[in-house]
Design a binder for this molecule. Sequence first.
Ligand SMILES: [Zn+2]
Ligand SMILES: [Zn+2]
Length: 307
Amino acid sequence: MKAKYEYIFSFIEHKLRKNRLLLVTLWHFEIRKKKNEKKMKVKFMCLSSGSSGNCFYLGTEHYGILIDAGISLRSIRKTLKDINVDMSTLRGVFVTHDHADHIKSVGNIGEKCNIPIYSTKLVHQGIRKSYCVTQELSAINIRYIEKDKTIDVEDFHITAFEVPHDGTDNVGYHIQIDGKIFCFLTDLGEITPTVQKHIEQANYLIIEANYDRDMLMSGKYPMHLKQRIYGDHGHLCNDATGDFLANHFPKDLRYIWLCHLSKDNNQPNIAYHTVKQKLEEKGIIVDKDVQLFALQRTIPSKLFTFE
Ligand SMILES: [Zn+2]
Ligand SMILES: [Zn+2]
């Protein structure tokens, strides 16, 4: 008889344990689901843009990355501090190419802050040879990436892709964070099919509008420099960027920042109005269908936050 009761009790106990286990599992599952459903906050800021130095910050609540580091470590640190971002949250600098205005402080950032510097093998070779990088990067802070191969760094899924420019090697970046796609195109002579493919996927686009065609052609630059700038491996002008976006407007594009404006051959209001007019001629209304900004060369932009 006793054995029978013991059997019943142990049967009930077993069932209860099983149900409790089920409840705990369901509870954990619910928490995880809620966590996954919570949208990540994404922060973007331009610290500097143009031939005097380029640097962009992209961050989430916990981590951040830089795209290019062509200004001093001191001013990067100060500008990030002003928006409450500590250098220790940075997980990498992603370099577009080896021109001085994009790499000036990669050596210092790598060595003094222990932040890895990511780029292609050829760009790293260019960095090693560059006169403007005074601090040599040690192997531990060098990370090689390959074009068209996505890498994951914390919250960021990053793909470098080929762009036509006259550095040793040149890439644009397609960066996906929690479903939001940022596309960085700082220096490029023309929009190739590869570049077009990435622009078409972007929700947030940082694209060059380097010069106003008339200002360049009537300006004081020597002819060989003018040819370099407007060549297929030089820079994009306001018209080219505006025409392309007006004719191939990406369906999910929400924000455009015009970057790398020339000091001598452009003005933020000229770049802005040229692109705005071209978009509006095709029925794309700025401030309604898309937000448009022309980035200042040396003044940091405001901090943009997206949920
Ligand atoms: Zn540049
Ligand atoms: Zn360049």
